[in-house]
Write a new protein. Structure first.
Lengths: 121, 534
């Protein structure tokens, strides 16, 4: 089950992830806000959520704690800017699987995603 | 103070007042003295004159005694005329108790009656008509003025009844008669008047000379003792009022004036030292104020700089963060597009440029965010010498530094600082990169560390000196501003020094720069040392 949900308020980041991961055989769904993302998760299960830390309506860490308690099998990789490394560290402590820094290259993203799914192969 | 000492010349001096007062007193006293002496002389002379006059009358009486007894009228008249011949004897006459003149040296007055209101009668009688009433004190003389304003002494002597008179053969007088007649002499005192006048004149001259001499003497003494010292004191005060405190009053006497002058001079000295003290204080105060003002200005500039940097940092962080999102898109899509072209195609190479430039953007943003990040992530005890050695080792292996000779002199001391080692590494790296760029990759670099104390606090100073191109004077103030760079476009971000500055400042240190254009630059990084661990 290589289903990935991308939660990011920036369309270009969502599209970048989709265009990188889609051709590699992943099923990618995209949500523009934390609220939308939770709705997607309620409808169907995902193996991985790529979660932006900074979003306007619901904070990334808030979404993370919701995913952790409701869908413990779903792994979360945080997407972060450099200035929020401390927050990323906090996210890892809160149960995020990994984090990648913006701006990322397709290779970085793929490597991180592959790492998540390697156990499931 | 100026107003009080705004001295004018006195309208009247103490000396004048004293001289006038004493002079007046002297004149009055001298006049009284002069008058008393004059009167006394006059009285004495008069009493002598009266005495001699009395003698003269007695002598006359004795002279005519015989001729009267023998009743020879011619003889009596002749004697009287003879007696009136000496100088000064005006007239000698003889009259009976009734006032009828019997004999006189002036023949024409014989037979006349004397003036009953004169001393001739009034010498004994209160009333000449009533012969009974006699005076107790009987002055037998009187003075009057004769022609030529001379004193005329009229002196009267009684001829008492004697046994020889009433027993004489002529029987002119009875035994009962007490006084038979009177001899009267008019004596001129012109000579005495003249002598008296001469004496009075001399006395007056003496008194006037005495008064003048005393006045002159007093004047001189008062001038010397009072007037001159007072004038000197006043001129001294004027000098002082004019601001000349070096003046001293030249009075050297043992009296009150001397004491006053001494006190005045002492006061001047006190005033002078007080003024000097005041001036010194003012100067110290001014210097202190200037120092403090400069300090405040420096602090203000630093504060402004810090505030500027902080707001710039916040803005930069915000901008950088926002740019990360589109940059992710650019990088991703460039990569995706590149995959569609053969590896060495022109398109692939163009896309590589896009990717490289995007990465450059990413690097700039990372630097910006480092700059904006205020607090270090991992704080701990850091050995400066260790971090420095590691950083030097790291750069020595890089191509950029292959032709640079590192001269390292680290003071053998455990320089421990509380902070993030990666931040120190970043600072040192910035210094090395800047030095290498300034020297175009060739030359000597001197790195040293030393301990020093500033404001009683221990500091470590890390010196980075290069033999590069140096920094222009006009660039100095902008050195730590973000995005300021003299490197060619694309080589420097202009953030290295501002990031370093931010970190060092945050740790309570500062960076000093010394540079000579064409010779080289020294960066002195001063950081406060952590307290020694026990």
């Amino acid at each position: 089950m290589k289903k990935i949900l991308i939660i990011d308020d920036e369309a270009i980041v969502r599209t970048s992830c989709d265009r990188t991961l889609g051709p590699e055989g992943y099923t990618v769904k995209m949500a523009a806000s934390g609220k939308d993302g939770i709705e997607f998760l309620e409808k169907e299960p995902f193996g991985l959520v790529l979660l932006d830390l900074k979003m306007p309506d619901m904070d990334g860490l808030e979404v993370l704690s919701k995913i952790n308690s409701n869908w413990p099998d779903t792994k979360v990789v945080m997407i972060t800017g450099y200035s929020t490394v401390e927050t990323a560290v906090q996210a890892l402590r809160m149960g995020a699987y990994n984090f990648i820094e913006k701006p990322f290259t397709p290779d970085t993203l793929l490597a991180a995603v592959t790492e998540v799914f390697k156990d499931q192969k | 103070m100026r107003n009080i000492l705004n001295l004018k010349n006195p309208d009247s001096s103490i000396a004048t007042k004293l001289i006038i007062a004493i002079g007046l007193l002297m004149i009055i006293l001298s006049f009284i003295f002069w008058y008393a002496i004059l009167k006394k002389q006059e009285k004495d002379i008069m009493s002598i004159a009266v005495r001699y006059g009395g003698s003269f009358v007695n002598f006359t009486k004795e002279s005519i005694h015989h001729s009267l007894l023998t009743a020879s009228r011619d003889e009596t008249q002749r004697i009287l005329e003879t007696l009136s011949t000496p100088e000064g004897v005006r007239q000698v006459k003889l009259y009976d108790h009734k006032g009828a003149i019997l004999y006189s040296s002036h023949k024409e007055s014989i037979g006349l009656t004397i003036d009953k209101n004169s001393v001739s009668c009034r010498g004994c009688h209160t009333d000449p008509e009533k012969s009974g009433a006699l005076l107790n004190d009987q002055p037998k003389w009187s003075v009057s003025r004769e022609k030529g304003n001379h004193t005329l002494l009229k002196i009267v002597g009684a001829i008492p009844n004697e046994p020889s008179c009433n027993t004489a053969s002529c029987h002119a007088h009875t035994k009962e008669q007490q006084i038979l007649g009177f001899i009267e002499a008019d004596l001129s005192l012109a000579i005495l008047d003249e002598a008296l006048f001469k004496q009075g004149l001399a006395l007056t001259t003496y008194v006037v000379v005495f008064v003048l001499a005393v006045a002159l003497f007093l004047g001189i003494i008062i001038y010397k003792v009072v007037s001159k010292p007072v004038r000197e004191l006043v001129s001294g005060m004027k000098e002082v009022a004019g601001g000349n405190l070096d003046y001293s009053v030249p009075i050297k006497s043992s009296d009150e004036m001397g004491v006053l002058a001494e006190a005045f001079n002492a006061m001047l000295l006190d005033l002078k030292s007080a003024r000097e003290q005041g001036e010194k204080w003012t100067q110290t105060l001014e210097a202190e104020i200037a120092k403090k003002t400069e300090e405040i200005q420096r602090t203000h500039i630093n504060l402004m700089q810090t505030e500027k940097l902080a707001s710039l940092g916040r803005m930069a962080a915000g901008v950088a963060h926002e740019i990360n999102n589109p940059l992710t898109g650019v990088v991703t899509f460039a990569h995706l597009l590149k995959k569609r072209f053969p590896q060495n195609s022109l398109e692939a190479e163009d896309l590589n440029v896009i990717i490289e430039q995007s990465e450059r953007c990413s690097k700039i943003i990372k630097n910006l965010l480092t700059f904006a990040r205020a607090t270090p992530s991992e704080k701990g005890r850091v050995s400066i010498n260790d971090v420095l050695s590691r950083t030097i080792f790291m750069v020595q292996n890089q191509e950029k530094f292959h032709h640079i000779k590192f001269n390292i002199k680290l003071e053998d001391s455990h320089f421990t600082i509380i902070g993030d080692p990666s931040q120190f590494q970043q600072i040192f790296l910035n210094m090395f990169i800047n030095a290498a760029d300034a020297m175009n990759g060739r030359g000597n670099m001197f790195i040293s560390t030393r301990r020093l104390t500033e404001n009683a606090k221990p500091y470590v100073e890390i010196e980075f000196t290069d033999e590069g191109c140096g920094i222009k004077e006009e660039d100095m103030p902008k050195l730590f501003e973000p995005f300021f760079t003299t490197k060619p476009v694309g080589k420097g971000t202009g953030l290295g020094l501002s990031v370093s500055h931010g970190i060092v400042k945050h740790l309570g240190g500062y960076i000093k720069v010394k540079s000579v254009v064409g010779k080289g630059t020294s960066f002195l990084v001063r950081l406060p040392l952590a307290e020694e661990e026990k």
